[in-house]
Design a protein around this ligand. Structure first.
Ligand code: PLP
Length: 384
């Protein structure tokens, strides 16, 4: 064989080798995706990055309090909130239990964040999704849910003992459909497990086991329950503090043992159920998930303080957070002041502010110009 013939043979051989390698790689990827689907592991783009969110120091709040204030950036989950963890866990649990089979429908009653996450998961796993939502949730969240191709039933707020409450309507809808699963985030063990198996251990590892307090609000109670159980099992001295908005019964429950809100006696409502513009948190009943939480204390944070904190986070941390995350940070500052300098406090930024731009919270945030925030208790100190 002459030189030219040799090089043609070499090129052909290399070409075959490359084609064979590419074929093998494609087969491996296909097999992994298929196996992943069977095993219920995260095998698609929407699932791969759920959880393992960064824990960052909010330096302006640390400087303000003399404590280390750390925030878990749950707003970085692909569905935009902490609820991605619960949605994935609940759907995969239902698949494993055989209650959800191909072609089935995921049904839930939700005030928004869980709905968005479930819409993403349902699409990723090939299910239909039907959500029942109250009519006072932010319009952005509703738009987002609709854009994800979900069927949505919007209902008037009602008491939980009423059949028309959005949770009861969702349960009844699921019962009527064949091959449908009612996620039941308020009562389900999957919600607790998502946080006990991921959020809690992540926080512990990211802090290197050195934290003094965990501060979190409660909607379903899944996060505070799952995380508090993990942290206290590893170090019983970790203090768990509930952040609660006006109108919620949970603050009184933690402080005095009875679920009750002063607003029940005499109400001047801004929204239908609670006297707050903070969505997704606060409750008027003790859910199974909240009942599992180990909580030492509670702080009540007014909307003015929440809005001022949201503004402060924007100004000093370049973080645009949703109202519940801002409320958590305000409660973390209060906790730091109660504990005194030198402590490490972890809290959670549950979602981003982008999904509230046509809500009362955002209007208040815009109205709270930097100089307005600078006069509020929180931000004044941040600026000092
Ligand atoms: C925006 C937001 N923050 C916080 C929470 C509270 O989380 P959990 O339900 O785990 O108590 C929720 C719950 O829906 C929420 O939607």
């Amino acid at each position: 064989m002459d030189g030219r013939g040799g090089s043609i043979a070499t090129v052909t051989l290399v070409g075959f080798a490359c084609a064979w390698a590419a074929h093998q790689l494609a087969r491996r990827v296909t097999r992994r995706l298929r196996d992943g689907r069977r095993a219920g592991t995260a095998s698609c783009a929407a699932a791969a990055p759920v959880g393992r969110t960064p824990l960052v120091e909010l330096r302006s709040l640390s400087a303000l309090t003399g404590c280390r204030i750390l925030a878990k950036l749950e707003l970085l989950n692909p569905g935009g909130s902490i609820k991605d963890r619960v949605a994935w866990r609940a759907v995969l649990d239902a698949e494993r239990a055989g209650t959800l089979r191909p072609g089935g429908t995921v049904v839930e009653g939700t005030s928004g964040s869980t709905g968005i996450s479930l819409a993403v998961v349902a699409r990723a796993r090939g299910y239909s999704c039907h959500l029942v939502v109250p009519d006072d949730m932010s319009a952005n969240k509703l738009q987002l849910i609709r854009a994800l191709g979900v069927t949505v039933e919007v209902v008037k707020p009602a008491s939980i003992v009423n059949d028309d409450h959005y949770v009861n309507r969702a349960r009844a809808h699921a019962a009527r459909l064949p091959n449908a699963v009612f996620i039941d985030q308020f009562e389900s063990a999957s919600n607790f497990a998502a946080h006990a198996q991921t959020t809690g251990p992540e926080i512990w590892e990211q802090c290197g086991g050195r934290l003094d307090a965990f501060v979190m609000s409660a909607g379903t109670g899944g996060t505070i329950a799952g995380v508090s159980r993990v942290l206290k099992a590893r170090d019983p001295r970790v203090r768990v503090v509930l952040a609660d908005p006006p109108g919620s019964s949970l603050h009184h429950r933690v402080r005095h043992g009875v679920a009750w809100a002063p607003e029940q006696a005499e109400r001047t409502l801004q929204r239908h159920r609670y006297d707050t513009m903070v969505e997704g948190v606060g409750a008027d009943r003790i859910t199974s998930n909240f009942a599992r939480a180990l909580i030492d204390d509670a702080v009540r944070i007014g909307d003015d303080e929440t809005v001022a904190m949201a503004r402060a986070l924007l100004e000093h941390e370049a973080l645009f957070v949703g109202a519940s995350g801002a409320m958590n940070c305000a409660a973390a500052v209060r906790t730091a002041r109660a504990l005194g300098p030198g402590h490490t406090i972890v809290t959670v930024l549950c979602d981003g502010g982008q999904r509230y731009t046509n809500s009362p919270f955002f209007a208040a945030l815009v109205a709270c110009a930097p100089q307005c925030a600078a006069h509020s208790g929180t931000v004044k100190c941040v600026n000092e």
